[in-house]
Design a protein around this ligand. Structure first.
Ligand SMILES: O=C(O)CCC(=O)C(=O)O
Length: 309
């Protein structure tokens, strides 16, 4: 069944939340302004001059990382094609996980060593504190004006370092995300939550890549896990014949440069690419399960009920 109603209904919502481009702030907002102008209306923005007091901004280079944490083993997501957590055929495929000394990852990034597949340090479990705690003194443990506005401290602080080929597929999170680029740049493709009716979800059998001794990849089912809903669509090359509704969605693209912080509001869909060797840290604050969440749940239910998925 194909229903035209949502676009008409959603147009005012989209116009409310969707700026023509992600706006820039030249300095961090006060907690009040951050809450009033960005968190409440669920609007993204890029904030400049919010990180310049972090020693990391001056210090974090490959030689520095080698000297301080080179011998530290970190969890690395390894995939054949750079895509972790992605739909391949009828499977939702998670990356292989390797534990490698960070210096080895840096060697691969610099072309001085080889490793099968594409490497991405991206374990989203506060890997900065759990795996790279020697780096903690190079930045603040949270973003003070955001913590004050949100009334909480982050649930997770994640460290990201990877190859240009490493891509994060389109998804959303229930976190208010303060995404800080320390070196290099990140390219975000965003959709507001109001685009949900135009973004397809299907149920997939979960699986993981396994790296064989010969350095090839095989896909192995995760028998114990239930099917997972995931987005099969690649926003960079959308299959509009299969997912025609996506043509009604409005992507917003932005690049976050070193020293800039993206406020990515909860429930915004995002697809992420990066420059080679980009280093970033992000702070995940659990969202408030308030009206915005209820609105999204309603939209999600209506989308499913209308057969749009
Ligand atoms: O940087 C990336 O590759 C992905 C970031 C992301 O998905 C997130 O912060 O939720």
């Amino acid at each position: 069944m194909y229903v035209m109603l949502p676009r008409r209904l959603l147009c005012p919502c989209t116009q409310l939340t969707m700026p023509p481009a992600v706006p820039y702030l030249d300095q961090p907002p006060t907690p009040l302004c951050f809450f009033r102008d960005w968190v409440c209306p669920n609007r993204p923005c890029i904030i400049r001059n919010a990180l310049q007091h972090w020693p990391a901004l001056q210090k974090w280079s490959f030689p520095y990382l080698r000297a301080t944490v080179g011998s530290t083993e970190v969890s690395v997501a390894v995939t054949p094609d750079g895509y972790a957590d992605v739909v391949r055929g009828d499977r939702f495929v998670m990356p292989a996980e390797r534990h490698l000394p960070l210096s080895h990852v840096l060697d691969v990034l610099e072309g001085q060593a080889q490793h099968p597949g594409v490497l991405y340090v991206q374990k989203q479990c506060s890997n900065l504190a759990t795996e790279l705690s020697q780096l903690l003194s190079d930045l603040e443990p949270h973003v003070p004006w955001a913590s004050e506005a949100l009334g909480k401290i982050p649930d997770a602080v994640n460290f990201w370092l990877g190859e240009a080929a490493a891509v994060t597929s389109l998804h959303k999170d229930h976190y208010e995300n303060l995404y800080c680029v320390v070196s290099g740049e990140k390219h975000f493709l965003l959709h507001p939550p109001s685009d949900r009716p135009f973004i397809p979800y299907e149920m997939y059998t979960p699986a993981s890549y396994q790296l064989t001794e010969e350095g090839t990849f095989k896909v192995v089912d995760e028998e114990a896990m239930e099917k997972v809903p995931w987005i099969p669509l690649d926003p960079l090359a959308p299959d509009l014949a299969r997912y025609p509704s996506y043509s009604q969605a409005q992507a917003l693209r932005c690049t976050v440069q070193a020293g800039e912080l993206l406020y990515l509001p909860a429930l915004w869909f995002h697809h992420v690419q990066q420059s080679h060797g980009c280093i970033a840290v992000n702070f995940w604050y659990d969202m408030e399960y308030d009206l915005k969440y209820s609105y999204f749940q309603l939209l999600d239910s209506l989308t499913k009920a209308a057969g749009l998925n």
